[in-house]
Design a protein around this ligand. Structure first.
Ligand code: PHE
Length: 461
């Protein structure tokens, strides 16, 4: 099997593809919003600390499992230890469940990008535009189908001609666009109408630690929210990094590449804050920040509408950028599912078509969750009622992902022993500075932290 296995043609191709998966909607909207809510600089500081320890450990483990076994997520765990083969089932079901609803959200992003491109940004800023759109009959389904087909084409073309080629183009563009909007955001000046608030004030609000009135309990809450965000952001526990790791060449430096993925992901998340927070601060004031993660589709269009002509240009750039970020993530989800089928002997093209059709059916059901199949469901981790999308999200993200990550830590920490991963990462004589830290993290700290995260999903705290 491994003889014909595809591989990324360079470590930079791998880093961009993996960073493409990691950089997604979570970085662009959720990170800035959590940072603003979690005391600005305090959150940033905690997040970076966790990324260097907890995040590094999980990412390292998965990529190394993939490269060592040369198997995608479905069968890789079995090759590490027979008794842990069930983790492969989990690792394949998770992307299978996420893909359909991620494509629905991708469809929403496309709708917004399209609205701005045809000069209808002002309409998109109207009250109820978002709700009106997602509860519509056919439009959300059409956008979802187009989005899913775009994703499928990339995976159909394969690891090199599809995933690697796309990432090498879209990721650098995304980076340039985000820097461009960040600079613009920093130079904003609200004038009299907006109490002379400036982009720079917003930036300071974002980065200066604000611990006023925070007790130990509040700080712990920030730690937990930073950890949950990090866990989601680096795309671990979804089968993706194991699968991409299996395409990573033996001669390339794994430790360096893992570090680069993390740096890329964290820098983009930080820049998303530089781009969004000053703009929200100037136009909506500090209160605008507490709107919740779902407001990417509501607050941002309103801000662009207030910017006049510049708003149209920035609206187009913003939603295109979000679209690129989402596409590279949905491609990685589809690839994680398809690669398992390929390892089982089915051709790539056939596997892609079959899984795309299944995802399409589920995605249509998700769309109808706001229309024909509307109902309200109370989930343990949220105040607001959820629909089908929220249920899929809850089961995969909040329950299955922590369980898979805990299982992986037990497998590596206690069964194969961390040395198996360290040896894999240093087999060409590479340096692994954080060896001891890695061992302690994977055996003790990470599983405990993940268990606490899981308790939070059950609404225990
Ligand atoms: N890591 C992505 C983000 O931060 C989320 C993601 C979800 C990626 C699903 C791949 C698959 O937004």
């Amino acid at each position: 099997m491994s003889k014909h296995r595809s591989s990324f043609s360079s470590s930079i191709g791998f880093v961009l593809a993996a960073a493409g998966s990691a950089v997604g909607l979570g970085n662009i909207w959720r990170f800035p919003y959590l940072a603003a809510e979690g005391g600005g600089g305090l959150f940033l500081f905690i997040y970076i600390g966790l990324a260097l320890t907890f995040g590094f450990t999980l990412l390292m483990s998965e990529v190394a499992i993939g490269r060592k076994t040369k198997n995608s997520c479905l069968t890789a765990y079995k090759h590490m230890d027979k008794r842990f083969g069930w983790l492969g089932g989990f690792a394949s079901v998770i992307p299978f469940l996420i893909l359909p609803y991620y494509c629905v959200i991708g469809g929403w992003v496309m709708k917004y990008a399209f609205s701005f491109i045809i000069g209808q940004g002002a309409t998109a800023a109207e009250d109820n535009f978002f709700t009106g759109f997602i509860t519509g009959n056919s439009e959300p389904i059409i956008y979802t189908v187009v989005y899913l087909l775009l994703t499928a084409i990339v995976v159909y073309r394969g690891v090199n001609k599809g995933i690697e080629a796309m990432s090498k183009v879209l990721m650098p563009i995304l980076f340039v666009l985000i820097i461009g909007i960040s600079i613009y955001s920093l130079t904003l000046n609200g004038g009299e109408k907006y109490d002379n608030r400036t982009g720079m004030d917003g930036f300071l609000y974002y980065i200066i630690p604000n611990v006023d009135g925070m007790g130990v309990g509040d700080i712990l809450k920030v730690v937990m929210s930073a950890m949950g965000q990090l866990f989601y952001s680096i795309s671990v526990a979804m089968g993706i990094m194991v699968t991409y790791g299996s395409y990573f060449r033996d001669k390339d430096n794994l430790v360096k590449s893992v570090n680069r993925i993390e740096i890329f992901d964290t820098v983009v998340a930080f820049l998303a804050g530089v781009m969004i927070i000053p703009a929200v601060y100037v136009f909506l004031g500090p209160e605008g920040m507490s709107g919740g993660p779902g407001l990417m589709f509501i607050a941002m269009p309103k801000i662009f509408a207030q910017m006049g002509v510049a708003g149209t240009v920035f609206g187009i750039i913003f939603f295109l950028m979000v679209l690129f970020a989402a596409l590279t993530s949905s491609v990685s989800l589809l690839e994680a599912v398809v690669s398992g089928m390929v390892d089982k002997g089915m051709g790539r093209k056939k596997s892609t078509i079959i899984e795309t059709v299944i995802a399409l059916v589920i995605a249509v059901v998700v769309c109808l969750g706001y229309n024909l199949l509307y109902f309200e469901f109370k989930l343990p981790n949220s105040e607001n009622p959820g629909q089908i999308l929220d249920i899929l999200d809850y089961v995969s993200n909040n329950i299955m992902m922590p369980v898979l990550a805990i299982g992986t830590c037990i497998l590596i920490g206690w069964i194969t022993k961390p040395k198996a991963i360290i040896d894999e990462a240093t087999k060409n004589g590479e340096r692994f500075f954080r060896k001891h830290l890695y061992t302690a993290m994977v055996k003790f700290v990470a599983p405990v932290l993940l268990f606490i995260l899981l308790l939070g999903s059950f609404g225990v705290y």
